[in-house]
Write a protein that binds this ligand. Structure first.
Ligand code: FES
Length: 144
């Protein structure tokens, strides 16, 4: 199995690993295929994600994708972060082996789970936004 240098780099030196004690939103998700778990904490000011930290109890690809996902969402608005797909995270890592694409779904779901909490807590959930949270209820095979 071939991993890109970026995947190996983010696996060996994960960015933004840890927790945010006073996070404005958190999301924890599990991968039904392998049982791996990921938690994403977000610090949000004026609807901009100013900090993100993750903890992943899982495989190397899950760690690399959650690390990359935090880099992609920090500095973005919550709505921009909502549009980041697992494919975009995988592309930013120069790709993942096909059999590991399901691991990147975990990163997208963890970000979305946290954002869902944020929108609900702040009475900001609209039908358009709600539509983008469908991935939270889907099984992994639709996203390979
Ligand atoms: S094998 Fe579980 S997330 Fe990768």
């Amino acid at each position: 199995m071939e991993y890109s240098e970026k995947v190996l780099d983010h696996f060996m030196k994960p960015r933004n690993m840890g927790e945010i004690p006073d996070a404005d939103a958190s999301g924890t998700v599990g991968n039904p295929i392998c049982g791996d778990i990921m938690k994403m904490d977000l610090k949000i000011e004026d609807n901009i994600i100013v900090d993100a930290k993750f903890k992943t109890f899982g495989c190397g690809s899950a760690i690399a994708t959650s690390s990359m996902a935090t880099e992609l969402i920090i500095g973005k608005s919550t709505d921009e972060a909502l549009d980041i797909t697992n494919q975009a995270v995988a592309e930013a890592l120069d790709g993942l082996p096909k059999v590991k694409m399901h691991c990147s779904v975990l990163a997208e779901q963890a970000v979305k789970k946290a954002l869902e909490q944020y929108y609900l807590d702040h009475d900001m959930m609209t039908p358009e936004r709600k539509d983008k949270f469908k991935i939270l209820g889907q099984d992994q095979h639709h996203h390979e």
